[in-house]
Design a protein around this ligand. Structure first.
Ligand code: SAM
Length: 432
């Protein structure tokens, strides 16, 4: 989500005045920090990052320093109080206003703050994205109305709001014309997507996926992140009906203990979650399941933690993000008694990640010698002139092949398993 927002910030700025990206802050005319406040570390990092660019303003007083994203949304004026050299503060819903905020700052000379939540206005104002690769993110809904007791997102990004159906399809057709072959629908709870067609028919994520699959040139569809509470049978059936939907779903479970799920206000039990996975595997036997986990939520006993490990062994999650619980100001969980000591959180996280890595490695090993379809995205990051892409179940695969394969789906045979990627041979080469 933040990568997507950063690209939109660049698009918005670039439209008013052509810009060039630089990795050297000393050369920059504009420095924007796009921030995250989901966990405390990310929040504190912003202030230390700001401290590191502060000196650049004395040699270049015209330098614009901006802070966007969820820390900006949560801290607002406090950012200017702690770092008075910051020129603009804007939230995730006002990033399209950044050029006018900068202009105002230059004219009036006073720092500008706009962290309001104008309803979906952003998408009308932002220029059409110019993709650099054959894969693209498309935001279809924003915000969150779930109010999980640990999470700051509803307060920083606002309530759930969906983009108009036809507008998304038009964006997809435009991306396809520019060579995009794989689209990832983005949203805090992407399966909470609800809209209407121009003929006033109700549509949801399942409808959007079905219609998107009909757009010529779009070969693969992904979505992230979904919420178990709204993972209904229509969406599950889409995995059976819509072949362009990949063999991968990211469905955050957070914990395997019903007591902790209740305290987190997740709105489902472990059994309900397991049932969704069972139905998904029936619809798509090869599906790889990704998830998010929080360890050390207030009141989590060793038995609760063991329940999470049991769930991981049962489901055999493939990809995962796991975190130590981090109390966020203003969220109900931060006031709960029985906060878990840091040392316990650390050792639980380590144990959980070891198990998850073991399962991920087993899945990779099971892919050895299988034939996989890879959407070739570019050169391998290893710099060895190999080309690189992703399988339907989201594994990075590197292999030798000509550059004109970039943007196409190639059949390869997996030959080697590495920790974070796989190596393969092109199938036609084997046949030759
Ligand atoms: N909307 C998705 C859901 O809740 O199902 C996830 C979105 S959230 C921005 C991404 C992940 O950050 C969550 O799934 C959770 O694992 C983690 N997270 C959120 N708040 C957290 C907190 N206070 N402490 C630790 N991890 C947190």
């Amino acid at each position: 989500m933040n990568v997507y927002d950063s690209d939109r910030i660049f698009d918005a700025l670039n439209e008013t005045e052509p810009l060039e990206k630089t990795t050297d802050p000393g050369k920059a005319d504009v420095i924007i920090f796009n921030t995250c406040s989901v966990r405390e570390k990310a929040q504190e990092k912003v202030f230390s990052d700001l401290g590191r660019v502060r000196h650049l303003k004395s040699s270049k007083p015209s330098l614009i320093i901006g802070v966007g994203g969820c820390v900006a949304s949560q801290e607002g004026k406090e950012i200017i109080r702690r770092a008075p050299y910051v020129d603009v503060v804007f939230g995730p819903q006002t990033l399209h206003r950044l050029p006018s905020l900068i202009r105002k700052k230059q004219v009036i000379g006073k720092p500008q703050i706009d962290i309001s939540f104008p309803e979906i206005e952003k998408f009308d104002k932002l220029p059409m994205p110019k993709p650099e690769k054959c894969t693209a993110f498309v935001s279809i809904m924003e915000g969150c109305s779930k109010y999980c007791s640990f999470c700051v997102v509803p307060y920083t990004r606002g309530e759930e709001i969906s983009r108009p159906f036809e507008e998304i399809l038009i964006e997809l057709a435009g991306l396809s014309r520019q060579g995009v072959r794989e689209v990832t629908f983005l949203g805090q709870n992407v399966n909470a997507y609800r809209s209407q067609t121009e003929n006033h028919e109700q549509v949801d994520l399942a409808s959007l996926l079905e219609f998107s699959a009909e757009i010529p040139g779009i070969e693969r569809l992904r979505f992230t992140t979904s919420h178990p509470k709204e993972f209904d049978s229509r969406l599950i059936k889409t995995f059976d009906k819509t072949k362009k939907l990949v063999d991968h779903v990211h469905l955050p479970v957070q914990s395997g203990s019903d007591k902790i799920l209740r305290l987190m206000k997740r709105g489902y039990t472990r059994e309900q979650y397991e049932l969704i996975i069972k139905q998904l595997r029936k619809a798509r036997p090869n599906i790889s399941i990704g998830s998010d986990f929080i360890v050390g939520f207030p009141g989590e006993t060793d038995t609760d933690f063991q329940d999470t490990l049991k769930l991981i062994r049962n489901i055999k999650f493939d990809t995962s993000f796991s975190f130590m619980y981090s109390p966020r100001p203003g969220t109900p969980a931060s006031d709960l008694p029985d906060q878990v000591p840091l040392a316990t959180k650390k050792s639980r996280l380590q144990e959980l990640q070891l198990l998850l890595n073991e399962i991920r490695d087993d899945t990779s090993v099971s892919m050895l010698n299988t034939v996989q379809e890879v959407l070739v995205e570019g050169y391998s990051s290893k710099g060895n002139l190999e080309i690189s892409g992703r399988t339907s179940n989201n594994r990075v695969v590197n292999f030798i092949g000509p550059k004109n394969l970039i943007g196409t789906i190639e059949k390869v045979k997996i030959t080697e398993i590495m920790t974070n990627s796989l190596r393969a041979n092109r199938l036609i080469q084997n046949a030759a």
